[in-house]
Design a binder for this molecule. Sequence first.
Ligand code: ZN
Length: 154
Amino acid sequence: MNIAADVAAAMDDLGLGDEFSYDDLLAAMQSRQERPLTIVDCAELPPREGINALWLPTERVDVVLCVPTDSALHRQQFVLHELAHMLLNHGDDLLVDPCDVLFPDIPPATLRRLLRRQHLDTEPEILAEALADRLAAAIRGSAAHESRFSEIFG
Ligand SMILES: [Zn+2]
């Protein structure tokens, strides 16, 4: 596993450069996936180590479930981790039935199947976390840039 190379390749694939806003990223992901992306608060996610969000890919929509949080920054971080899985094509083997993701009732069997993948020390998780950090840095860079801009011109 070469994390730096894989993260760099995923950033290239994204095609947004080194700095971009969170909204730009969400838009780019939807055109890349060729389907809409929905982010839904889900209090039913089991509070286990590191499980703050889940990505449910379906043929018609990508759903990201998030543990509810008051912190916009935490929420963004949870979502970035799932977007990283998307960018790394980690979901290809996990397409779920759209009927399974009618909220708020996720069948326990579906949830278990998805959660089984969530072991933080596996290669896909390490890679997704590294890419999520890279995405967060790009968004921070863009935000810093914006505020400098408004200091000068605002
Ligand atoms: Zn993950």
